[in-house]
Design a protein. Structure first.
Length: 179
């Protein structure tokens, strides 16, 4: 439940770095269907998603994957990859319905990179001292990293070590050496 409004929300978390989280607001009945499937609870009578899953199974079909494919004006879009006697098909669906069905089939749940880039947030992790570790504002391009490293190496090649001398006495290792 979202804290300020009490609206049900599904939080999808990315498995790989940077572990972005995508919040999707869902309706009450969809939240119940998702929670029941996630916890393995069987209602006394089939919910709509249970009925749909049962129908698909009886027709020899299965859901292989669900993908949140787009977000436009705050509305998320998803597609269900369905394998049936007629072959693989992709079916348009609301993400909440697609997630509820995916859980009933043990299907893979995916979110497109474009949706993650636009709508997901990075959850801050705690460092060793309990401080929050801020993620970089924008991931750097590998070519930009190589360029930065090359510039720093060039700087190191050109710098005069005497620039690091401290005033107030000779701090070198060869003090007193008359060589």
């Amino acid at each position: 439940m979202e804290a300020s409004s009490g609206t049900p929300i599904v939080l999808l978390r990315e498995h790989d770095e940077p572990h972005r989280v995508l919040p999707i607001f869902v309706g009450g009945s969809e939240a119940i269907a998702i929670a029941a499937a996630a916890t393995g609870e069987a209602p006394p009578r089939p919910l709509t998603h249970d009925l749909t899953a049962d129908l698909l199974r009886r027709l020899g079909a299965r859901i292989d994957a669900v993908e949140v494919t787009a977000v436009a004006d705050g509305t998320y879009y998803a597609e269900i990859t369905l394998d049936s006697a007629t072959g693989m098909q992709r079916v348009d669906a609301r993400p909440s319905d697609a997630i509820a069905l995916a859980l009933r089939f043990g299907a893979t749940l995916l979110v497109s990179d474009a949706v993650l880039d636009e709508a997901a947030t990075v959850v801050l992790e705690e460092g060793e001292g309990g401080e929050s570790i801020e993620p970089p504002a924008e991931p750097m391009d590998p070519a930009a990293i190589d360029e930065e490293v090359a510039e720093f190496r060039s700087f190191l090649d050109e710098i005069d070590p005497s620039a690091f001398e401290v005033d107030g006495g000779d701090q070198s290792d060869d003090a007193g050496d008359t060589g």
